[in-house]
Ligand binder design. Structure first.
Ligand code: NAD
Length: 494
């Protein structure tokens, strides 16, 4: 079988620049913003930017559709059928969706085809399966009284999402919200606006009623803010930086006390004890954990806490494994590292390389713009050694392919350093000692802990953060329930 020519396919695309409101593609009134291909610097499209009026229109259409009951009161079986068809259509349009995110934010096309698109379809199917498992309770009452609880949808949910997995992060929000019977207004990140409208279009093609799934493109400071402040939005479900997550809480307080679900940043520690099971697997997994998706991953294993006793062997193994990550053209299937999302992000990451050097850490390799790729927003995978736990490169989320080895001395010290950030999204632990493994799993403050593995996950299991990494959980049945509210009904039997 010959490999498709993704450049030819990309050149043949007609990019959709409108938003999707009330069941159709619409021109919006806030002007336009450019989206740039970070692999080349070329302008891809001028995308319509939503105005305050467009946000109002989308929320009003969503509320009307919600109250009309065509979705919220649809028989569970029928709602399930729509979502199953929706998942099938995502698979039918896998190439289009993959190309759009690759062009927009630089992710390798092979990651889109093998990870993001299949995971998006699987998420929707899982959420569809949850629909007829949403139940209530009846309680012991006197004989002349009946009491039962029901779970009802919230109403209009605003989903505000980042650019690192444009399709998948959107689906982690909209799929459970739709499954629970809500209407949604999705705001994609302005760095990656192209794929979201196709999701909404495919939902409509699958039989989703008009107004139930809307997309308004535009910047966070205008469109995102207007949604989060909107009096008719019942919940804002946000994935993005901790800084903006805190704003979401403020907006809710300033408006209608809407529910706020936050999935925010991370600075994930991976602890490598001297009794780890297999150094080759550990270093290979560690390299993938920080260089996969160009390090633009909320749970990227950016802090490598290496026991002093194995420091040199670990360093040698990690350096060898890192050679497998080679920045290149994301439209070639063999490429496993594309550019960073924007030139601004490239500048930010290169800035952290300078910060690390000035703080006294040693740059073991990388952190430069690779030769021959100067046209794009590329940064070569980098490693700092001799990093102190209080250095900025050990504390702040860089969101790029920059790893830091922080030497640690024994279990106590490793736990202390692991917990010494504002974040608590995830952690990795490598040891064959059962007691160390369980003790660290219990004492490290993180929403997900991996023992002798990293990045494992499944739709059935929750994902989210402790501390300033967030206050919610995506995935799993609970994520569907989080888009419902309980009602208590008392019936007097007269
Ligand atoms: P960001 O916070 O800058 O933006 C996220 C979204 O919020 C975008 O849609 C943006 O337009 C919007 N926004 C920005 N300012 C806003 C404002 N004032 N009002 C309303 N909306 C606003 O984050 P980003 O740079 O797009 O994404 C990277 C961040 O996302 C990282 O911190 C990463 O860790 C985090 N992330 C977390 C998870 C998780 O599950 N915990 C997953 C992926 C990414």
């Amino acid at each position: 079988m010959t490999t498709p020519n993704w450049h030819e396919k990309a050149a043949a695309l007609r990019l959709e620049t409108r938003s999707f409101i009330g069941g159709e593609m619409v021109e919006v009134g806030g002007g336009h913003f450019e989206t740039i291909n970070p692999a080349t610097g070329a302008v891809l499209a001028a995308v319509g930017q939503g105005s305050a009026g467009d946000v109002d229109r989308a929320v009003a259409d969503a509320l009307r559709a919600h109250r009309g009951g065509s979705w919220s009161r649809m028989a569970p079986r029928d709602r399930m059928a729509v979502l199953y068809r929706f998942a099938d259509l995502i698979e039918r349009e896998a190439e289009l969706l993959a190309l759009l995110d690759t062009l927009d934010m630089g992710k390798p096309i092979s990651d889109m085809l093998n990870i993001d698109v299949p995971a998006a379809a699987a998420t929707i199917r899982f959420c569809a399966e949850c629909i007829d498992k949403i139940t209530g309770t009846t309680t012991a009452t006197p004989a002349n009284v009946l009491h039962y609880t029901t779970r009802e949808p919230l109403g209009v949910v605003a989903a505000i999402v980042p650019w690192n997995y444009p399709l998948l992060m959107a689906v982690w929000k909209i799929a459970p919200a739709l499954a629970a019977g809500n209407a949604v207004v999705l705001k994609p990140a302005e760095q990656s606006p192209l794929s979201a409208v196709h999701l909404a279009r495919l939902f409509a093609e699958a039989g989703g009623p008009a107004g139930i799934f809307n997309v308004v493109n535009g910047p966070g400071e205008t469109v995102g803010r207007a949604l989060a402040l909107h009096m008719d939005v019942a919940k804002v479900s946000f994935t993005g930086s901790t800084e903006v997550g805190k704003l979401m809480l403020q907006y809710a307080g300033q408006s209608n006390m809407k529910k706020v679900a936050l999935e925010c940043g991370g600075k994930t520690p991976q602890v490598f004890m001297n009794d780890l099971p297999d150094l080759a697997t550990a270093t290979k997994t560690a390299a993938f954990g920080i260089y996969g998706n160009m390090g633009e991953v909320c749970n990227a294993g950016s802090r490598l806490l290496v026991d002093k006793k194995i420091h040199d062997e670990f360093l040698y193994g990690f350096m060898r494994e890192s050679e497998n990550f080679v920045p290149g053209d994301p439209l070639l299937e063999e490429t496993n590292m594309g550019p960073l999302v924007t030139f601004e992000q490239q500048k930010r990451v290169l800035g952290y390389i300078e910060i690390g050097k000035n703080e006294g850490a040693s740059l073991a390799f990388g952190g430069n713009v690779p030769q021959g790729l100067e046209r794009g927003a590329y940064v070569a995978p980098a490693l700092f050694t001799g990093v102190g736990p209080k250095m900025r490169i050990a504390q702040e989320e860089i969101f790029g392919p920059v790893a830091a080895i922080i030497p640690v001395d024994g279990v106590e010290n490793a736990i202390e350093v692991a917990n010494d950030t504002i974040y608590g999204l995830a952690a990795g632990i490598w040891t064959t000692d059962l007691t160390t493994a369980h003790r660290m799993a219990r004492e490290i403050e993180a929403g997900t802990v991996w023992v002798n593995c990293f990045d494992e996950g499944d739709m059935t299991q929750p994902f989210g953060g402790f501390k300033q990494s967030g206050n919610a959980r995506d995935k799993c049945f609970d994520s569907v329930l989080a888009y419902t509210q309980q009602k208590s009904t008392w019936v007097k039997l007269v």
